[in-house]
Design a protein around this ligand. Structure first.
Ligand code: AGP
Length: 602
């Protein structure tokens, strides 16, 4: 996902732009650039790779000016090269963009008389705007007219030659925020980018565009009518963007889990009862449909067991990019739950829009309450994990599970499936989790002993049964996305139906199995692996370790927990295994190659 910043300041703006872009690094990028206007003249600097390369370029070739825009690019159209880096310019206009212009080829064809210098869809926006200015339109009118010709998803910021007090901002499908300073104004992809500059934020709505000057902002809706949008104070903990003494944000966020899960538990339960959430009533619901991507999808897959076993509710779980095409049985009696850390994932947002008119209740379980997915839902349930910077989701996954567990318990109580006593019991198990997570985190040394060997593997299998099966898939995702080692999560019972052909001494098999009703079957699966020289790393509790006996490659003993909520606890070793294996591999743990923190393109 690309990052956008814009500043109409009272001081030299280049350092401020770069600092703001640094706060957007978590989104993932492969090139960056800024443009400023000085004495009426537009100029830019761009660099491939990390922001430090752009800073170097600015040291050797400073860019003066108190008005500017900046961008971090996650390549969609065209390689990560300087010529493809934003800002893109055409004559008197510079543009930065997050999203995809779907009709850029058609526009490029219409502008074939103009000289293009990049392969990007974004340059088409700059060229089209310049074309309208050539036809005599003012910068404001040219930008507004340009928007009328764009199809697809965009957050855009325009800067113009000769206009030292104007940035035109526009939003359709990708979020964009306006920041209000003292005699200064700002534009940013989100409140995080603008954190140190201001906490007074106005989020543009779908289709809005805005004329920003140092005196303020004029916002117009998609029809060009003046629009009033709420300005809110969104305090940005400065701490959210330092590593708190850890080597990586991912490590910091793994170790924050006891605290952030406690925040979630306190928010959603009190004195042995789920704190009823406004607008959430599962009494009449005929089915729950959960939709998400990646790690959030695995959180939904775990929660399916809770909705079905505790609340007796049929529960579908879909990958967002597949959901629309399945034409599943979502009806007005359904509750559709969309889970997303960023709240901006395009696939998930598209799925939400698909069910908008079908499902009676659209619920957003998100980490960013002012995100697009949240704003387009009937009920917003924040997961309260705090800003998650590492691209590999950890504490957000934990709090997605914590939040969904509360929803399932509440549904069970509303539907008369559990009494107050059982509700109290279940909530007590959840309340004990932060302490158990601390004990699991204390196993880091034991985990590190094995990950050096794991880093040599070319492929790893994760196995689990019941609600530990989706956790096995999440463990595999964590490992592959940050260590680049191929890994797959499988239902333990499925091994003998094919994947066992993969087993030999070079393929470690990580078995996530608390001592529960399914444990004996899992032991049999483990024996099948070990009988073929497979290396089993068993992650279980003391009772499981005693029953499994020797013969495993290693056994990691976790604290005992009621199996119903074991996935929250066993997420910790899965995360630490991935993290330490990646350290051995020397990969970019916080910003793994090819990945973005939020994928705002379908
Ligand atoms: C998780 O570690 C990955 N970064 C990725 O799968 C992520 O979970 C997915 O892109 C969904 O993101 P969201 O929760 O912001 O919608």
């Amino acid at each position: 996902m690309c990052g956008i910043v814009g500043v109409l300041g009272n001081h030299e703006v280049a350092p401020t732009l770069v600092e703001a872009l640094k706060r957007l690094e978590y989104r993932g990028y492969d090139s960056a650039g800024i443009a400023t206007v000085q004495d009426g003249k537009l100029d830019r600097r761009r660099a491939v790779g990390k922001l430090v390369n752009l800073s170097d370029a600015l040291v050797h070739d400073p860019l003066p000016g108190k008005s500017g825009i900046g961008h971090t690019r996650w390549a969609t159209h065209g390689q990560p090269t300087v010529s493809n880096a934003h800002p893109h310019t055409a004559g008197r206009v510079a543009v930065v963009h997050n999203g995809i212009i779907e009709n850029y080829r058609e526009l490029r064809d219409r502008l074939r008389h103009r000289e293009f210098t990049s392969q990007t869809d974004t340059e088409t926006v700059a060229q089209l705007c310049e074309e309208f200015m050539d036809q005599g339109l003012s910068p404001r009118d040219a930008a507004a007219e340009t928007l009328n010709h764009l199809e697809g998803a965009y957050a855009l910021a325009f800067l113009f030659d000769g206009e030292e007090d104007l940035i035109v901002a526009a939003r359709k499908g990708s979020p964009l925020a306006i920041g209000h300073g003292e005699g200064e104004m700002f534009v940013g992809s989100d409140a995080i980018a603008l954190g140190p500059l201001t906490d007074r934020i106005t989020y543009l709505e779908e289709g809005d565009y805005a004329f920003v000057t140092r005196q303020g902002v004029e916002i117009r809706d998609a029809e060009g009518r003046l629009a009033n949008r709420e300005t809110r104070s969104i305090p940005m903990q400065a701490a959210s963007l330092d590593k708190g003494g850890h080597k990586h944000f991912m490590a910091k966020e793994i170790f924050e889990q006891p605290v952030v899960l406690s925040d979630c538990l306190s928010q959603y339960s009190d004195d042995g009862q789920v704190t009823l959430l406004e607008g959430l009533d599962f009494t009449e619901t005929d089915r729950v449909s959960m939709v998400a991507c990646g790690t959030a999808h695995y959180a939904c897959a775990v929660a399916k067991y809770w909705f079905e076993q505790l609340a007796g509710l049929p529960c579908d779980v879909d990958i967002a990019s597949e959901f629309r095409y399945r034409e599943g049985p979502v009806s007005p009696a359904s509750t559709a739950i969309f889970v997303s850390q960023s709240g901006e994932t395009a696939d998930t947002l598209a799925a939400l829009r698909y069910v908008q008119e079908k499902a009676a209740n659209v619920v957003a379980v998100v980490n960013v309450p002012e995100s697009s997915i949240a704003r387009e839902s009937d009920v917003i349930v924040p997961i309260l994990a705090g800003v998650e910077v590492g691209v590999a989701s950890t504490k957000a996954f934990m709090n997605q599970l914590g939040t969904l567990a509360h929803l399932a318990i509440m549904a069970a109580r509303q539907r008369g499936r559990i009494d107050a006593e059982r509700e109290r019991e279940l909530l007590n198990v959840l309340r004990g989790l932060p302490g158990l997570i601390n004990l699991a985190l204390a196993q880091e040394e034991a985990i590190m002993r094995r990950t050096a060997k794991l880093a040599e593997a070319r492929s790893v299998l994760f196995l689990g049964r019941g609600a530990m099966f989706p956790l096995a898939m999440e463990g595999a995702l964590k490992l592959k996305e940050i260590s680049y080692i191929h890994a797959e999560g499988y239902a333990s019972g499925e091994l003998k139906h094919g994947p066992i052909a993969l087993i030999d001494k070079s393929v470690p098999v990580i078995v996530m199995a608390p001592k529960d009703a399914l444990f004996d079957k899992t032991i049999s699966n483990m024996q099948e692996v070990m009988a073929r020289d497979g290396k089993v790393w068993l992650i279980t509790d003391a009772d499981g370790a005693a029953e499994a006996g020797d013969g495993t490659w290693d056994t990691l003993v976790m604290p005992r927990i009621d199996p119903v909520f074991a996935p929250l606890l066993y997420a910790v070793p899965a995360q630490l295994i991935a993290y330490h294996t990646a350290l051995h591999k020397g990969t970019d743990v916080d910003q793994p190659r090819n990945l973005a923190k939020s994928v705002t393109v379908e």
